[in-house]
Design a protein. Structure first.
Length: 218
């Protein structure tokens, strides 16, 4: 098991009580090399793939049977684009990791939203089709400054709040996440763990609608 990941952190992630998923999930530099970590409930096998060549770079070890995987790539020192080849129920799927993408909302937008003076908040908050780093998907954001944890749940993740916890922008109280592959026509909601520890979900599902795709690179 990685010496950098505390068992309590893994338990909190799986329980949906961890507020900073990007500090754990995704790719991280360690003294041993690059380390990739992923929370993939029900997965049985996970490989890191180099997109340009399709080559398997390394296999992730299952550190918790509930779906926490981790692996060190000792020959890699610099961050690179990667995909995950994940086996669920005997079938392998190639996916892009949401936790390899950087912050979504520009600092000025975040400041204006927190001040309540943004003239077009609907262009930033909610769900918007986008392309990031050559990957198509949807960027989600919601203002919930008092929430302990916020996740996106929808048809693309079995309405499971463990699968897509969001990043908190502390300066504005906005939670954000880019989900590769989420597309127009799919239903989604925001699942919130409030300040009192109560789980809340928006009662009316929202539908991903067609937007002008804005190409961005990180």
């Amino acid at each position: 098991m990685s010496s950098r990941i505390d068992r309590d952190v893994i338990n909190a992630l799986i329980a949906g009580h961890f507020a900073d998923p990007f500090s754990v999930l995704g790719m991280h530099q360690t003294q041993a090399g690059l380390e990739v970590r992923a929370l993939l409930p029900d997965a049985t096998d996970v490989w890191v793939i180099e997109p340009k060549t399709g080559r398997k770079v390394g296999k992730l070890e299952c550190l918790d049977a509930r779906g926490f995987f981790c692996g060190v790539l000792p020959r890699r020192k610099n961050f690179f684009r990667y995909q995950l080849a994940v086996t669920w129920h005997g079938q392998q799927n190639l996916i892009d990791d949401p936790y390899r993408f950087g912050p979504l909302i520009q600092e000025m937008d975040a400041w204006l939203l927190s001040e309540g003076t943004h003239l077009r908040p609907y262009e930033t908050l909610g769900a918007h089709a986008d392309t990031m780093d050559g990957v198509t998907g949807t960027r989600f954001s919601v203002w919930a400054p008092n929430a302990r944890r916020v996740s996106v749940v929808g048809q693309f993740n079995y309405w499971d709040g463990r699968r897509h916890p969001m990043r908190l922008r502390k300066e504005s109280g906005i939670w954000e996440l880019f989900i590769p592959g989420a597309h127009n026509g799919q239903l989604y909601k925001f699942e919130l763990l409030d300040a009192n520890g109560n789980l809340r979900i928006k009662p009316i599902p929202m539908l991903l609608r067609r937007r002008c795709v804005r190409k961005r690179r990180r």
